[in-house]
Design a protein around this ligand. Sequence first.
Ligand code: NAG
Ligand code: NAG
Ligand code: NAG
Ligand code: NAG
Length: 209
Amino acid sequence: MGSKGGCGCCSCLCGCLFSCLLSLIFQILFTLLVIVALVGFVFWLLFRPNEVKFRVTDASLTQFNFSTADNTLHYNLALNISVRNPNKRIGIYYDSIEANAYYQGQRFDTETPAPFYQGHKNTSVLSPVFKGQQLVTLGATEVSNFDSDKSAGIFGITLKLKLRIRFKVGWFKVGHFKPKIKCGLNVPLKSNATSSPATFESTKCSFAF
Ligand SMILES: *[C@@H]1O[C@H](CO)[C@@H](O)[C@H](O)[C@H]1NC(C)=O
Ligand SMILES: *[C@@H]1O[C@H](CO)[C@@H](O)[C@H](O)[C@H]1NC(C)=O
Ligand SMILES: *[C@@H]1O[C@H](CO)[C@@H](O)[C@H](O)[C@H]1NC(C)=O
Ligand SMILES: *[C@@H]1O[C@H](CO)[C@@H](O)[C@H](O)[C@H]1NC(C)=O
């Protein structure tokens, strides 16, 4: 009789212990989850990443001629690109920058501005100069587009930036990220022979994936 009662008491105790342990584990897990969510939220509030803004502020095109005789494009294009880091607590390492210039889908030049570090709430200016000559193969449609651009005195040039960046948050450095930036520019030609009365309008760039 005594042993039977003892056993019943033991199993009751064990059952209670088990359920107590289970609810304790759940409580700990839940508390951990809440803490992680809170820390994440505070971190986000503090370091809220804002998009870096790219803008071509100035463009000067002094030569842009294409001859069908040798399929060669002669060009001289200088740009000012402003890069704004609006973040309060995030610095950015631009480890590599590749600036490609395209005309009607054809890349005619690549420049690689020097790597740099950009502090928070800072604006940097890149000033690549695309100058030289390049063999490009334009079809009949592209050549007639070139002729109409030429008579308008304004050329549609696309700038694409390929970046390799790292973020600096306090002591931490996170990376690499490889964003691509695209800017569709309408650049008036200002040469001695033909000068378009149009002026270049500052152009916002967008992220391309
Ligand atoms: C870029 O900015 C600099 C400094 O403001 C200026 O001297 C230069 O003419 C600009 N370049 C172009 C292509 O407008
Ligand atoms: C194009 O540029 C080249 C090099 O400056 C020059 O020799 C040629 O005459 C130019 N062609 C035209 C049509 O302006
Ligand atoms: C931006 O960075 C440059 C170079 O590090 C520095 O000289 C300049 O003071 C900074 N500007 C601002 C507004 O922090
Ligand atoms: C424009 O003319 C100036 C002087 O008249 C000359 O120095 C310059 O090289 C010319 N530019 C071009 C693109 O022909």
